[in-house]
Write a protein that binds this ligand. Structure first.
Ligand code: BTN
Length: 246
């Protein structure tokens, strides 16, 4: 990736721009980057705060895989983000299922994967990555300050955004090639090694129900597996997770 790069100063959302590119036959690996977004989007239709100082981009990929396993790409991306951050600084980022990267328990990066499909097959997958990099703690809106952080806030270091993006591209490309050649199993292992959700007692809130239990891993499709008190295992595809208070 990174051979076709489109850089913008201000856009509504790099995801939206990426979607406009697809009908124009965007090449696999096309990157759309913006210095700031005025309508950055997060999961579950949430707003994603994207002022200058962060790294906001979308990657377009076109793997020949069934729609059902597309979430695997989100997990792969999370591993690439962890590796990229570790390349630039001696920090210990951890993955919180499905797509949050945390440093010291606070969110430093989010990933939003969106699908463009036609006739039941994937036309393109747009992977949006938002990384809080050089923003100060007080740059975040008050309501997210307790849960959000940046690389600068955690380390005191200002990072060159381009170096971080380059590190991400190197890791993403390597993992993506590995994925296309060997499948998800190896990526799943890497993801689990970098995840701090596994083994935890959690409460998962889905649109339908609230489930609590112990996280025992993820499925092949990237669903979270929670073992409930009655011993039954629930497979969760989309939810908000909180740690169970003991
Ligand atoms: C989340 O954790 O809810 C996902 C956040 C994803 C944010 C990124 S920033 C680049 C891309 N453009 C967007 O509008 N969203 C993603």
């Amino acid at each position: 990736i990174g051979k076709h790069v489109y850089f913008f100063e201000t856009v509504s959302s790099t995801q939206t721009i990426a979607k406009q590119f697809i009908p124009l036959k965007a090449k696999e690996g096309t990157l759309i980057i913006a210095e700031e977004q005025t309508a950055g989007r997060g999961r579950m239709a949430r707003k994603w705060y994207s002022q200058k100082g962060g790294l906001w981009f979308s990657v377009i990929v076109k793997p020949n895989i069934p729609i059902k396993i597309a979430p695997q790409l989100t997990l792969l991306t999370a591993v690439a983000v962890v590796r990229a951050i570790k390349d630039v600084l001696p920090l210990q980022p951890k993955i919180k299922w499905p797509n949050d990267i945390l440093i010291n328990g606070k969110k430093v990066c989010g990933i939003l994967t969106e699908l463009q499909s036609a006739n039941g097959s994937i036309e393109a997958i747009i992977i949006g990555v938002g990384m809080n990099v050089n923003q100060g703690k007080n740059n975040f809106p008050k309501d997210i300050r307790p849960i959000a952080t940046s690389i600068f806030a955690e380390s005191g270091n200002t990072i060159d955004l381009f170096s971080l993006l380059k590190a991400f591209c190197v890791h993403f490309e390597q993992l993506y090639e590995q994925y296309l050649q060997h499948g998800f199993k190896e990526i799943q292992t890497l993801w689990e090694q970098n995840c701090d959700t596994i083994g935890k007692e959690v409460v998962a809130t889905t649109i339908r129900e609230t489930i609590d239990g112990k996280v025992i891993g993820i499925s092949e499709e990237g669903a979270l597996l929670i073992k409930k008190e009655n011993g039954k295992v629930s497979e969760i595809f989309s939810a908000d997770l909180t740690n169970k208070s003991t």
